[in-house]
Design a protein around this ligand. Structure first.
Ligand code: GLU
Length: 447
C-alpha cells in the first residue's frame, strides 16, 4: 500500500510555527517514503472557519515549498458524514442523548467532587421510548454519542512507542451535534479512511482522540493507520503556542521579521530531534536527513532568536542565482553577483540589502574626523578599473604616506566611504562604490 499522510488544519486562525512544523514533518515523511502529502481543511466549525484563513494556510505552505498532492475540504463532504452516521446508528454504535450542556457540566462536577474521572454515565442508553418521546415533544434535539467498546485500545506509536488505553476509562464521544453537524472526531476518521491515509502524524494533544478514533475506524471496517504523536512546541519560556495569536504566526515571520523559508524549515525539521540544527538551503537536503525515529519525546522549545541566527546563516550561504529574482523584485535592479557576495555576510534579513545598496548606489553623507587625512587618502586612489585587490594596494599607499596603521588607518576610511563604523569588507565594497563617489566622499561631500 502506498504511503499517504495529511496535514489537517482548521482554518480558524493564522498558522503558527507549531502548526507548520506538523505540516513539514508530514511532508518530509511523504517525500522520504515516496508517498502522497494531502492538505485537508477541517472547516466544519462554520462559526470560526474563514476563507481568508484557508487562503493564508495555502500561502504559508507554498511559501515553505510544501506542495500537496491532493486536497480535501471537510465542508464538501457533509453528505458522506451523514451516510456514515446512519451506518453507525444502524449498527447500534451511535446513540441519541438529550442532556443539555448545563446538565452535563453538573454531572461532570459531581463526579469530580466524588474524586471520580468525569466519564459520561451513558444515562441516555437507559432512556425508555416514552422518555425519549417526551424530550422530542418538548422540542429537544439529540446529540449523538459513539458507543465505545469497553476493551483495551492499543497501538505502537512511531514517537511514543506502545500506547494503551482502556475503553472503559474513556467517555463515549459526541460525534453529531444537536444541529446535526458532525464533529471532528468523526469527520477526521471518515476522511482518513476514504482518502486511504496510511500514517496519521499529529500533535500529542490528539493522543486521547486516537484512542476513541481507533474504535471508530474499526466500527467502519476501515484499516487503522499507523500513528505518530509529536510533542507540541512551546515558546522559549515554556508556554504553549496559540494559533489565534498573531505573534509567532508564519505570516508575521515572513512579512514582518524577514524570515527565509529555509531558515524556518531548517529549524522546524530538526527541533526536538536527535539531529543538530544546521542551515540547509533546500528541502531535498532535509528530506535526505529525515527519519521520524529521530523525533524525541521531550517538549521542544521554539526560540525566535535561534531562528534569526539561522536566518542570517542561511543568507550568508545563499548563492546569487537563488536570490537574483527577489533582489530585482525588491527594487535592486542591477544587483549582481559581486554586489551580493560583498553584502551577504552582513545580512540578518534580505531587506538589510537596502542599506548596502544605498552605500554602493546612492548618495551617502560621509563621516569625516580628520579631513586632512581623508584628503590625502583621496589623492592616492588608483585609477580604475578596480577590483578586490584595489583596497589593499590603496591602503598600503595611504599607510606609507601617513604612517597610520590598524584602526587609525581603516576606520576613518570606512567612515568616510560608507558613513558607518561597520559593514561588509571594504575590499569588496570599494569597487562597487567606484572612484568618482569615493573621491567625493573622502572629500566630505555627500555623494
Ligand atoms: N483539525 C485538527 C487540528 O487542527 C486535525 C488534527 C488531526 O491531525 O487529526 O487539530
Amino acid at each position: 500500500m502506498s504511503v499517504a499522510v495529511r496535514f489537517a488544519p482548521s482554518p480558524t486562525g493564522l498558522l503558527h510555527v507549531g502548526n507548520v512544523r506538523l505540516a513539514l514533518v508530514n511532508w518530509l515523511f511523504a517525500r522520504k517514503q515516496g508517498g502522497d502529502f494531502l492538505l485537508r481543511l477541517d472547516d466544519t466549525d462554520e462559526e470560526r472557519s474563514r476563507p481568508e484563513y484557508a487562503a493564508g494556510i495555502e500561502e504559508d505552505l507554498r511559501w515553505l515549498g510544501l506542495t500537496w498532492d491532493r486536497f480535501a475540504r471537510e465542508s464538501d463532504r457533509y453528505g458522506r458524514y451523514a451516510a456514515v452516521a446512519d451506518q453507525l446508528k444502524a449498527a447500534g454504535r451511535l446513540y441519541p442523548c438529550y442532556e443539555t450542556a448545563e446538565e452535563l457540566s453538573l454531572k461532570r462536577a459531581s463526579l469530580i467532587g466524588q474524586g471520580k474521572p468525569p466519564i459520561y454515565d451513558r444515562a441516555a442508553l437507559r432512556l425508555t421510548d416514552d422518555a425519549r418521546a417526551t424530550y422530542e415533544a418538548a422540542g429537544r434535539k439529540p446529540h449523538w454519542r459513539f458507543k465505545l467498546e469497553h476493551t483495551a485500545v492499543e497501538w505502537t506509536d512511531l514517537v511514543r512507542g506502545p500506547v494503551h488505553f482502556e475503553g472503559a476509562a474513556l467517555s463515549d464521544p459526541v460525534l453529531i451535534r444537536e444541529d446535526g453537524r458532525p464533529l471532528y472526531t468523526l469527520t477526521s476518521v471518515v476522511d482518513d479512511a476514504d482518502l486511504a491515509i496510511t500514517h496519521v502524524i499529529r500533535g500529542e494533544d490528539h493522543v486521547a482522540n486516537t484512542a476513541v478514533q481507533i474504535q471508530i475506524w474499526q466500527a467502519l471496517g476501515a484499516a487503522v493507520p499507523t500513528f505518530a504523536h509529536l510533542p507540541l512546541l512551546t515558546d522559549a519560556g515554556g508556554q504553549g503556542l496559540s494559533k489565534r495569536l498573531g505573534s509567532g504566526s508564519v505570516k508575521a515571520l515572513r512579512e514582518d521579521e524577514g524570515i527565509e523559508p529555509m531558515a524556518l524549515a531548517s529549524l522546524l525539521a530538526k527541533l526536538g530531534t536527535s539531529d543538530a540544527i544546521e542551515p540547509r538551503l533546500t528541502l531535498d537536503e532535509l528530506v535526505a536527513e529525515f527519519d521520524i525515529a529521530k523525533v524525541a519525546r521531550g517538549t521542544p522549545k521554539f526560540d525566535g532568536e535561534e531562528l534569526k541566527r539561522l536566518n542570517a546563516r542561511i543568507l550568508h550561504l545563499t548563492p546569487f542565482d537563488a536570490v537574483a529574482g527577489r533582489l530585482e523584485a525588491l527594487g535592486f535592479a542591477g544587483a549582481d553577483a559581486a554586489f551580493w557576495d560583498a553584502v551577504r555576510p552582513n545580512l540578518e534579513t534580505l531587506a538589510d540589502v537596502g542599506e548596502w545598496w544605498t552605500v554602493t548606489h546612492a548618495p551617502v553623507a560621509p563621516v569625516i574626523g580628520d579631513a586632512a587625512f581623508t584628503a590625502t587618502a583621496a589623492g592616492l586612489l588608483p585609477d580604475e578599473p578596480w577590483d578586490t585587490a584595489t583596497w589593499g594596494t590603496w591602503t598600503n599607499a595611504v599607510k606609507q604616506a601617513t604612517g597610520r596603521k590598524g584602526k587609525d588607518l581603516f576606520l576613518p576610511l570606512r567612515q568616510a566611504l560608507t558613513g558607518r563604523d561597520h559593514g561588509p569588507e571594504l575590499k569588496n565594497l570599494l569597487p562597487l562604490i567606484g572612484r568618482a563617489r569615493a573621491v567625493r566622499r573622502l572629500s566630505g561631500e555627500t555623494a
